[in-house]
Design a protein around this ligand. Structure first.
Ligand code: ADP
Length: 161
């Protein structure tokens, strides 16, 4: 059985992430979406909120599991017996960092392979950061995130002002 991990911050999940989740769920028997808890960063959404939103928007995909993790990806891969890491590549700007990460992970755990999926053209510009910025200035984000996520972002922003 092939288990894959798709790791990220998902702060919050966008249609770009969902596209990668749907496509990679067909490549592996089981896909774990690993939601990174990073003490050094202050996300808009707590780890629990990010996990909840991901569960909501992936509930129709049977072989996807949402699991939070902290620390090294290779340790999480060992714990879950995953042999494949999925990452999305939007543009060349992603490439250098992703190459470095995948080579580092491969050194730390040689049996772990990273597979890159290129973004669908319609999502290649999309990032969680851009979505949050557009929403903060009152812009329409309905084409960037699922409705459930849009509502959560609006609630957060209202509470902040
Ligand atoms: P990180 O903080 O690890 O970059 P993100 O949540 O921003 O976490 O992204 C997780 C993964 O999803 C990364 O591989 C990233 O390249 C990919 N990704 C982000 N946005 C998109 C998008 N619009 N289309 C496809 N992949 C994306």
């Amino acid at each position: 059985m092939l288990k894959a991990i798709y790791p990220g911050s998902f702060d919050p999940v966008t249609y770009g992430h969902l596209d990668i989740i749907r496509r990679s769920s067909k490549l592996a028997d089981e896909l774990i979406v690993g939601v990174l808890y990073n003490k050094a960063k202050t996300p808009l959404f707590s780890i629990e909120e990010r996990v909840r939103m991901l569960k909501e928007v992936t509930k129709d995909i049977p072989n996807v599991e949402i699991i939070p993790f902290e620390g090294l990806l290779v340790d999480f891969a060992k714990e879950t017996s995953a042999k494949m890491v999925i990452r999305g590549l939007r543009a060349v700007t992603d490439f250098e960092y992703e190459l470095q990460m995948s080579q580092t992970n491969h050194k730390l755990l040689p049996e772990l392979e990273t597979v890159f999926l290129t973004t669908g053209l319609e999502y290649s510009y999309l990032s969680s950061t851009v979505v949050k910025e557009v929403a903060a200035f009152g812009g329409d984000i309905s084409q960037f995130v699922p409705e459930a996520v849009e509502r959560k972002i609006q609630e957060k922003i209202k509470r902040r002002v």
